[in-house]
Design a binder for this molecule. Structure first.
Ligand code: C2E
Ligand code: CA
Ligand code: CA
Ligand code: CA
Length: 280
């Protein structure tokens, strides 16, 4: 619990300590970045325990800045959320990810990639026509709706309103809904009654201490039981060691994601993995 506090403080500084001048400059560069093809997506495998076989991927955006090199999404996504660019950027991300997923869906080894997850911000969800935009992208790319997982955070949807309405509209389209960083918000359990979730992504802060007997460990164990009882899939996030993976499997986790299994990689590497699986 102590480490978690530290992490939060570190992230707070990273996101909030941008001086307004830098923020404005970065914002302007972001605007340009999409058109200049400086953005690309990488894909991190989501695997089944205990063998680590890939069952899906999460799309994560990367910005190759001409001067600064790779800029972390932990830095520029909050800027894009504040200046509203996330709506344009987010739509590009969705289209790109769905296009790629449709290629995988129609290519070799597709049974090993059931789903593709895309992160969606509160700001995107609050756009009244967000679900219609997603429907249009699915139609254009030919991706089956249930193969798309929209990852939303609790904080994005807990206050109800337009964001929660968008989630319901996505659910009606047949899109799969995942609650990201689950357990770190203020209303995790309440949300399970109001939000049509299919997947809980159990936050790394709980996974880090699994097996250690700490409060975080107790919560990780309780969450898998809640997920099971509600017939939701649970994915343990940020698994970094074999010990964690073993323990998670023992307490009932079926899915995991983390550097222990695979880092985020370019699409071509996922295509290779699928080819290898298909070839046996
Ligand atoms: P997230 O959605 O919780 O994504 C998981 C983050 O944890 C990724 O960082 C991933 O690289 C990292 N990660 C995965 N396994 C491990 C592990 O074993 N250990 C550690 N230490 N980290 C691990 P990344 O790509 O830097 O993204 C950070 C955050 O930025 C994401 O957190 C998400 O909130 C946001 N983000 C990334 N891509 C997008 C996007 O396309 N759209 C939106 N709206 N947000 C995004
Ligand atoms: Ca996520
Ligand atoms: Ca997460
Ligand atoms: Ca996160």
């Amino acid at each position: 619990a102590k480490d978690n506090g530290k992490q939060r403080v570190a992230r707070y500084h990273l996101e909030m300590d941008l001086h307004s001048v830098e923020e404005v400059r970065l914002g302007a560069q972001l605007r340009h970045a999409i058109d200049a093809s400086e953005m690309h997506l990488v894909y991190q495998p989501i695997v089944e325990l205990p063998d680590g076989r890939m069952v899906g991927v999460e799309a994560l955006v990367r910005w190759q800045h001409p001067q600064h090199g790779l800029v972390s999404p932990g830095l520029f996504i909050p800027v894009a959320e504040r200046n509203g660019l996330i709506v344009t950027l987010g739509e590009w991300i969705l289209r790109e990810a769905c296009q790629q997923a449709a290629r995988w869906q129609n290519g070799p080894g597709s049974q090993h990639l059931r789903r593709i997850s895309v992160n969606v911000s509160a700001r995107q969800l609050r756009e009244p026509d967000f679900a219609a935009t997603v429907a249009g992208i699915l139609r254009a790319t030919g991706l089956e709706p249930e193969r798309l997982v929209v990852e939303v955070t609790e904080t994005a949807v807990f206050d109800g309103g337009a964001a929660l309405e968008s989630v319901w509209a996505l659910h009606r389209l047949g899109v799969t809904i995942a609650l990201d960083d689950f357990g770190t918000g203020h209303s995790s359990l309440g949300l399970l009654r109001t939000c049509p979730a299919n997947i809980l992504k159990v936050d790394k802060s709980f996974v880090d201490e699994v097996g250690g007997g700490s409060d975080q460990d107790v919560i990780a164990t309780a969450l898998i039981q809640i997920a099971g009882g509600l017939r939701l899939d649970a994915i343990a996030e940020g698994v970094e060691s074999a010990g964690q993976a073993d323990h998670l499997h023992r307490i009932g986790y079926r899915y995991a994601q983390g550097f222990h299994f695979a880092r985020p990689v370019p699409a071509a590497e996922i295509t290779e993995l699928l080819r290898a699986e298909a070839a046996g």
